[in-house]
Design a protein around this ligand. Structure first.
Ligand code: AHG
Ligand code: MN
Ligand code: MN
Length: 367
């Protein structure tokens, strides 16, 4: 039996760098530090209860609330520390921002500062960690404003207010049955599987493409009564199946771990919706723009899929705050475009359409 020759993550990054002969190597070094943080998190997660990493950091749940007003898990805190500790020393970063830190993280004065900024959700889906369901880390790399690079000053929140199109790299690590790293450096999407023997991410999915069409959708249906009309219409049409306007049956999935849903969609297509709704009008969506929607959006677009607010392309949105929430729809292109169309069509138009009046599939008090 001959062993299959596979590229490591390092080799992949070196190959990618050949496109930019003058590149310093800082960018690759940063991504390898991120990968190291992910490997460390994967080990901690794998020990679970044996490693005393489950549950909350303090016995009083009320004292473990993060800036999002959400309950922090021990692993949220541990993962955040792995990210900061393993990436701050390299000299590549001007600063960082994380779901778990209210304010931007400053590279200590004793260390060198660099030209990139790292934004991350250290552990997405962490509400699932105690029940042993797949979780992951999501990250995005931005270039620091020139004036920050030149002056070496502390970063402020506004330095991170860059639209998703400005991202230089985005990716996630998935801590599931296997640990994977899925990455884009702006030239397609590549997936790596952690070889536990070598401790190396090996290139196993060289050019991930999201199928354009799908019959699988993911949404938290318990929020149905808070959905806006276009979302209600879309889901109702899916549920109507073969006899309905879509004339085909759909399948539904909800892992409650967005990173795991993103991975499923990258592997076999599908559409994910966490739309803006009326559940809590102070929150324009559940998921966060800078470290959830934008990196997943870049991956989707680089894999031939699409990411949107429901109304406009996600990557064009100008951020206005560090922990800003936003409605998020991503996945197979034709479905995301359909959802955008539904948002663009005036509601009156739907009423005029005999499909919606006669079948009355989508009519409710909102119409
Ligand atoms: P996080 O664990 O980083 O706070 O994010 C959890 C997110 C996302 O992963 C998931 O899709 C969503 O929250 C689940 O929301 P519901 O609780 O409404 O299902
Ligand atoms: Mn998250
Ligand atoms: Mn998180």
């Amino acid at each position: 039996m001959t062993t299959r020759r596979r590229f490591t993550l390092t080799q992949y990054l070196i190959e990618q760098r050949r496109r930019f002969p003058s590149a310093s190597g800082d960018f690759n070094a940063l991504l390898l530090d991120v990968a190291l943080a992910c490997k460390a998190i994967a080990r901690s997660v794998a020990f679970g209860e044996l490693g005393s990493v489950l549950g909350h950091p303090t016995p009083e749940v009320a004292t473990s609330i993060n800036v999002q007003g959400e309950v922090q898990k021990k692993m949220d805190v541990i993962s955040n520390e792995y990210f900061t500790q393993m990436t701050e020393w390299g000299g590549h970063l001007a600063g960082m921002a994380s779901e778990e830190m209210d304010e931007p993280y400053q590279i200590p004065d004793t260390l060198q500062r660099g030209k990139y900024m790292l934004v991350f959700d250290p552990l997405d889906g962490s509400s699932n960690i105690d029940v042993n369901v797949t979780v992951g880390s999501i990250f995005s790399v931005l270039r620091a404003p020139q004036e920050v690079i030149d002056s070496g000053r502390d970063v402020v929140a506004a330095d991170f207010f860059q639209s998703g199109t400005q991202q230089l790299a985005a990716g996630y690590a998935l801590y599931g049955p296997t640990t994977m790293l899925v990455l884009t450096v702006g030239n397609g999407v590549a997936g790596f599987t952690l070889d536990p023997n070598l401790g190396q991410f090996m290139l196993t999915h060289p050019d991930i493409q999201v199928p354009t069409d799908t019959n699988e959708f993911a949404i938290n249906a318990s929020n149905a009564r808070f959905w806006e009309a276009p979302v209600k219409r879309y889901v109702d049409e899916c549920l109507a199946g073969k006899p309905g306007p879509r004339a085909k049956d759909f399948n539904m999935r909800w892992i409650a771990s967005m990173v795991a849903e993103a991975h499923r969609i990258l592997m076999r297509g599908g559409v994910f919706l966490y739309p803006r709704d009326t559940k809590d009008t102070t929150k324009p969506g559940r998921l966060r723009l800078l470290y959830e929607a934008n990196p997943i959006g870049m991956l989707m677009e680089q894999a031939g899929g699409r990411a949107s607010t429901g109304e406009v392309p996600m990557l064009g949105v100008q951020p206005t705050s560090l922990h800003q929430r936003i409605g998020l729809v991503f996945g197979s292109k034709n479905e995301v475009e359909r959802i955008e169309r539904y948002h663009a069509e005036p509601i009156k138009h739907e009423l005029d359409n005999p499909l919606f009046t006669e079948r009355s599939l989508f009519r409710d008090s909102h119409y």
